[in-house]
Design a protein around this ligand. Structure first.
Ligand code: SF4
Length: 373
């Protein structure tokens, strides 16, 4: 059981007085980009469906100021579902004996990049479990080869925890960005959803190392985890505010039956979108993905996230036959599509909601400004 967003869960409508207090806090956050812990908690404890449109509108206006109605596309390649870690919420964790494991060879990764490049993508997100097969040396070779063959792309890595030296080698080889969700900023919650050999402090250290090296860094967290409270979510908001990452990936927790958290309740679309919108107000220029998990939760989930302040979509360009095996959560969408089908589908969805596709590298606002000057 989790204890978040009581009024959303109850589908209640607040009194006008309570609504006006929430509106004032949203206005204050929009203006000052920060609220106290108590004020953020007040919003989460009291927000109801009645105040949601006001929050999303505020967040959308802030996004428009920096990114207009552009939506950046990144082609994501899931290179391996082997993982040495045991995160309790993840369907590909090392303890799950029920899945067939796969990994892509160097040439398969390069071929996926080629397809992605021809489809117009100028960012590749190379994501996988923590698979020791991909040594630093192999990843350096892969990164360098991508940069030779597709010179104008940005490379985002999402390969988990590594030493600072490893991160540095990959950066020196040409990697531009690194996604490492912090998963939960509350120490209690982090320790509840990870085995004893995974450390809260290590995760934080990895994120500060990545920043220090010079990557564009992505943090992120899940909404609706078992035992999660509004206080925990406020910790997430205040942590990303203090870290100031370039990207924040926020997704609903989706219960996978082949994990230690089997039988628990999943997070909801609305709860996740509230956190997306608040994150946009706290970090106006941040890159906010509309995650595939939101599309898996609701057919219109990704579009709704764009209207709540998200501005990035990551269509899959992995070989179709492998997609079904990268089941970090259940009922994942787009697993039977080709890369070309995903590209068209996403573009149509973006245009249908009045946004436009931006196929540039899609750097963070400040980096783009710096690169142009
Ligand atoms: S969340 Fe990442 S690190 Fe954890 S088990 Fe899944 S793939 Fe491995």
């Amino acid at each position: 059981m989790n204890y978040i967003f009581p009024n959303l869960k109850a589908h209640s409508q607040n009194s006008d007085k309570l609504t006006s207090s929430i509106y004032s806090l949203i206005d204050k956050l929009k203006k000052h980009r920060i609220l106290s812990e108590t004020e953020l908690c007040f919003i989460l404890d009291n927000i109801s469906l009645k105040e949601i449109p006001y929050l999303y509108k505020a967040s959308f206006v802030v996004k428009e100021k920096y990114y207009q109605n552009r939506v950046y596309l990144r082609g994501i390649i899931e290179i391996s579902n082997y993982c040495k870690q045991g995160c309790f919420y993840c369907g590909i964790n090392s303890q799950n004996q029920k899945i067939e494991r796969y990994r892509l060879s160097q040439s398969e990764i390069l071929a996926a990049c080629r397809i992605g490049y021809d489809l117009g993508y100028r960012t590749f997100v190379i994501q996988g479990g923590e698979d020791t097969y991909y040594t630093d040396q192999l990843m350096v070779e892969i990164i360098k080869e991508i940069k030779v063959k597709c010179a104008d792309v940005a490379i985002t890595l999402s390969l988990g925890e590594k030493s600072k030296e490893s991160y540095q080698k990959l950066f020196d080889a040409g990697a531009d960005r690194y996604l490492l969700r912090h998963e939960a900023a509350s120490r209690r919650l982090y320790e509840t959803i990870h085995p004893k050999y995974m450390f809260y402090d290590t995760r934080r250290e990895c994120l500060s190392n990545l920043k220090e090296i010079g990557y564009q860094v992505g943090a992120g967290f899940m909404v609706g985890l078992p035992t999660q409270t509004n206080d925990d979510l406020v910790e997430d908001l205040l942590y990303v505010k203090s870290l100031e990452p370039h990207m924040v990936g926020i997704g609903p927790y989706l219960c996978h039956e082949d994990t230690p958290l089997r039988g628990s309740k999943s997070g909801t679309l609305q709860e996740t979108l509230v956190m997306v919108a608040l994150t946009r107000l706290l970090l106006p220029k941040v890159l906010l993905p509309s995650t595939t998990a939101l599309g898996s939760l609701d057919p219109m989930g990704r579009e709704m996230a764009l209207e709540a302040g998200a501005n990035v979509l990551m269509p899959n360009i992995s070989p179709t036959e492998n997609r079904i095996l990268y089941e970090i959560y259940p009922d994942k969408i787009c697993i039977t599509d080709t890369s070309g089908q995903c590209r068209n589908c996403i573009e149509n969805r973006i245009i249908a909601r009045g946004h436009v596709v931006d196929l540039s590298r899609g750097d963070h606002f400040d980096i783009e400004k710096k690169l142009k000057s």
